[in-house]
Design a protein around this ligand. Sequence first.
Ligand SMILES: [Zn+2]
Ligand SMILES: [Zn+2]
Length: 242
Amino acid sequence: MKRSINPFRTLADLLYPRPCAGCGRPVHGPEAALCPDCQMRVPVVSLPYCSVCGDPVAGDVPGPYVCTWCRKTAPAFAWARSAVRYAGPVRPCIRNLKYRAGFWALPEIERWLAALWPTCPDDRATADAIVPVPLHWTRRIRRTYNQATLVARILSRLSGIPVRPFWLWRLRRTGTQTHLTAAQRARNVAGVFGVPSRRAVRGRRILLVDDVMTTGATLDACARALRNAGAAAVMAVTVARG
Ligand SMILES: [Zn+2]
Ligand SMILES: [Zn+2]
């Protein structure tokens, strides 16, 4: 996608080069969070991966493959895909976006999503709406933005599918999931999400969007709430895979 170059921004970048998010060396030129070396080190998710949840698998697998988690859980989303792995120079980009309003990482994220989108299953184009995974309203106020909504807006520009941030609510706060096991995460998010208007989502095909997918428990809980409210199908895209 074409992006106009802001002359003031370009001048500012020349005068005050930003440190690369990956290695700290100065980055020259506009619209880059990572230096060319770190861009090369971005671990892109590539085949083979689980045909349902998109989790990459090491080594060779014959034909389409469904992972153990998907066979056990039967997730409520039809498929999920991630652009890059949550590793190397991707980590500081996402962490800065999430906790420190590092919006300079957005052009990098847009490049990753632009490469991912055409590789998603064909029915991606049938989605009626993009729904970002919601924050609880208290957290949303404290952080002033929802990083998943920023990602959703990028995907909306790339795909032409509108963003509907109010189709899903987070009904109660959940603590950090970082140190929880897969089973604990699933329990932690069960019943956390709700749909304010069943009429809005009934019969719709919805594309869920988040910054990082780790165990899939959050996306599964969101998809379950939307399906229970009558959504015809739920698909999911995240920037990174933990
Ligand atoms: Zn670098
Ligand atoms: Zn899977």
